[in-house]
Design a protein around this ligand. Structure first.
Ligand SMILES: [Zn+2]
Ligand SMILES: [Zn+2]
Length: 341
């Protein structure tokens, strides 16, 4: 059996390839992709290459689907089951896994599955065992495909212990900034969002932001929103100048979550005086642990947050390039990529 799969061959260059469909071995699942989503990481790779996304190689990592074949020994799932999953799982054996730092597992990035922009994905045993779940009928395939980005955001939010009533400033109103907004509002925080594009700010307002503004208005708006400065500042743009500016918006004792990864080799510097005498905590967040995936799944399944407004449209595999061109111009938040039959 063969299938269509989108490959990223070079920055800005994709190729629709016909590749063999693998048979699931022991513990593995073959899943027909029902919905896949574009992601900020994909956009970075499409624009400039990405150290964690090999090129040329299969593209896309956010998906949900239907089981078509199960390897021997798989008991939790059978053909016909609708499933939601993420594309990684920790090994459970390395020194980091033993410390419970599963997101930092030595193997987690080497054993990930790419190729969600395709007709089928083969889920290896470790992912089937830890990070694959049945999808309830009440949740659409499109919503279920948010499991991966939402897990990343849950991981970060768990790290800085978002306290009810606190004031948070989110830089960026792309998918990650908006998912932060949704989670922080669901937890009862006051949230301000700063972004460049008017359409994204308008969406942030609709999704419940208490205050939205463009970078030029940030200082003034923050004096009203949180006169002392924000309790939490969340960098969700992946831009160096925002990393640099973020600590300047925190109150004394505040926390700065650096979420949007920069290009390898990028250097950032901060005034030591500010960091020390204001006792700021600089934090970073990378990927997620299985516990974060389970929490993200509950948020989706229990309807605690509504991700549907983040879907900006859909394209077939052959038109996926258009989705990335739009995203590169700041148009839309996330696009569904459909493989078809
Ligand atoms: Zn993603
Ligand atoms: Zn490990």
């Amino acid at each position: 059996m063969e299938m269509k799969q989108l490959w990223l061959v070079a920055p800005g260059e994709t190729e629709l390839r016909t590749v063999p469909v693998a048979r699931p071995a022991k513990g593995e699942l073959l899943v027909k992709v029902e919905a896949a989503l574009t992601c900020g990481t994909d956009l970075k790779a499409w624009r400039r290459g990405h150290s964690l996304i090999p090129m040329p190689g299969p593209f896309g990592h956010e998906f949900s689907g239907t089981v078509v074949d199960a390897g021997s020994g798989v008991r939790k799932f059978r053909p016909g089951d609708a499933v939601m999953a993420v594309h990684t799982a920790p090994c459970g054996k390395c020194a980091y896994c033993k410390k419970g730092l599963y997101n930092l597992c030595r193997e987690i990035m080497d054993t990930k599955v790419l190729g969600a922009f395709g007709q089928y994905v083969l889920l290896p045993r470790h992912i089937v065992k830890t990070n694959t779940f049945l999808k309830p009928e009440t949740l659409s395939f499109e919503e279920a495909a948010f499991l991966e980005p939402l897990s990343c955001v849950v991981h970060g939010v768990e790290r800085f212990e978002a306290v009810k009533g606190a004031a948070a400033l989110v830089f960026g109103a792309g998918p990650i900034g908006l998912l932060h907004l949704l989670i922080l509002k669901a937890r009862g925080l006051r949230v301000a969002v700063c972004a460049l594009e008017a359409s994204r700010l308008a969406l942030a307002g609709k999704l419940g932001a208490d205050c939205v503004f463009r970078p030029g208005e940030a200082k003034k708006a923050m004096r009203e929103f949180a006169p002392l400065g924000a309790d939490y500042v969340l960098e969700c743009t992946g831009r160096k100048e925002v990393w640099q500016a973020a600590p300047g918006y925190a109150r004394r004792g505040g926390r700065i979550m650096l979420f949007g990864g920069l290009e390898k080799g990028a250097l950032v510097s901060w005034p030591s005086h500010l960091i020390h005498y204001d006792e700021l905590t600089l934090m970073a967040s990378f990927h997620f642990c299985p516990a974060d995936v389970r929490k993200a799944r509950s948020l989706l399944v229990e309807g605690k947050i509504d991700v549907k407004p983040l879907i900006s449209g859909q394209y077939m595999l052959s038109g996926a390039r258009k989705a990335f061109e739009r995203l590169a111009r700041g148009r839309g938040i996330k696009y569904i990529i459909r493989a078809g039959d």
